[in-house]
Design a binder for this molecule. Structure first.
Ligand SMILES: *[C@@H]1O[C@H](CO)[C@@H](O)[C@H](O)[C@H]1NC(C)=O
Ligand SMILES: *[C@@H]1O[C@H](CO)[C@@H](O)[C@H](O)[C@H]1NC(C)=O
Ligand SMILES: *[C@@H]1O[C@H](CO)[C@@H](O)[C@H](O)[C@H]1NC(C)=O
Length: 344
């Protein structure tokens, strides 16, 4: 409850310090420059936001997101980072699928799809945001969560990846590690909070996770110390992705066996495989400057653009396939489908 009222308070008192902003959809495509660099198509479908230099081979060290992008779908006009997660599908009783669209948060209703992004210096409820954190370096990237996690113990290795069944747009609890079991009137919110301790050396690592760590004890929120192996405290990046389930909430369309009908684009029906990807791309030291200001949501050093400008920034889909936005599709676009198409 306190969380909701804090955010409500933050919204009506714009002078107060954490960075929170909306981003429209840049593209929904089967590309994954982090895990499957160069592959078109990559195994599963993603929803991607941020700078328009995003492409399948942006893993290369000379790919400077801030220089190569000419627009961003995010509200801060100097943020050319890319942020992405898997896409979500609804499976009808007859076994066909539709992609579940996303919608903007309160205050960002006019944005096209996308999500909300946070960078936090201290816990979400801390209006002062005085705990100093370091911004990421050019070339930095990471992911969190595992698409192959299919049990709660596997999902629990990543403590802060959750689902919230929205009764209304302000619902913030309870959070679960698996998909909500019942229809959610205002949609399903997926929260992804990235680890906050960096080894201070590597911009990436083979699994894209191990250059980062959770605090050694306690949490980021209660200022738990970083482990000696990962001593640099960085901002906590958080995504809120709101899937608009309105068209799929009729119990009569749900499975007769009592299971829930949503499935991630990588085939996960449990929800435990929740994961997200991040590639840093803020212009020069613009992120550090904002993080050095003690501000809550409305940060004077953050240059912004209008929602219309955010909506205008998009790129064409590279992989030409039906992703179930209009008609029902027989299968989720994925590697299984490639195998199916290429077999004689
Ligand atoms: C990605 O962008 C870089 C830089 O503009 C370009 O050199 C490269 O060819 C692009 N790759 C793909 C797969 O489009
Ligand atoms: C499958 O189910 C959907 C949703 O109920 C329906 O709109 C569609 O027409 C059905 N398709 C077939 C081939 O029956
Ligand atoms: C973490 O451990 C340190 C040293 O062992 C201790 O001083 C500190 O209070 C602990 N912090 C939390 C949040 O548990």
């Amino acid at each position: 409850m306190y969380w909701t009222s804090l955010i409500a308070l933050a919204l009506i008192r714009p002078s107060q310090a954490l960075i929170r902003f909306g981003c429209s959809q840049l593209v929904v495509d089967r590309l994954d420059p982090l895990v499957n660099p160069g592959m078109e198509p990559s195994p599963h479908l993603h929803q991607i936001i941020g700078g328009n230099s995003f492409n399948a081979s942006m893993y290369k060290e000379d790919h400077d997101l801030a220089k190569l992008s000419t627009c961003t779908s995010c509200q801060p006009s100097e943020d050319f980072s890319n942020y992405w997660t898997a896409s979500l599908f609804f499976r009808a009783r007859n076994g066909t699928y539709k992609r579940v669209p996303q919608k903007g948060n309160v205050g960002f209703e006019a944005q096209r799809g996308g999500m909300t992004v946070y960078y936090m210096q201290a816990s979400l409820g801390d209006f002062q945001q005085k705990a100093k954190v370091k911004a990421f370096q050019p070339g930095f990237r990471m992911l969190i969560g595992s698409p192959s996690a299919s049990t709660k113990p596997e999902a629990d290795k990543y403590p802060q990846l959750t689902y919230t069944c929205l009764q209304d747009m302000n619902t913030r609890y309870p959070e679960t590690k698996d998909f909500p079991a019942k229809p959610c009137p205002a949609g399903i919110m997926v929260n992804l909070r990235f680890p906050t301790c960096w080894n201070g050396v590597d911009l990436d690592s083979p699994d894209h996770i191990s250059h980062m760590s959770y605090p050694a004890n306690g949490t980021f929120e209660n200022q738990g110390p970083c482990p000696a192996s990962h001593p640099v405290r960085v901002a906590q990046v958080m995504y809120e992705v709101i899937f608009e389930t309105k068209a799929f909430n009729k119990k009569a369309d749900w499975p007769t066996d009592g299971s829930q009908p949503f499935v991630w684009s990588f085939g996960d029906t449990t929800g435990f495989g929740n994961h997200g990807d991040y590639v840093f791309g803020w212009k020069d030291d613009s992120l550090q400057k904002i993080l050095d200001e003690e501000c809550y949501v409305q940060c004077k050093t953050m240059k912004t653009q209008s929602i219309e400008e955010m909506n205008r920034c998009s790129i064409p889909k590279k992989v030409d396939e039906d992703v179930g936005d209009d008609a029902w599709i027989d299968a989720i676009p994925d590697e299984t489908a490639i195998r199916f198409w290429s077999s004689p």
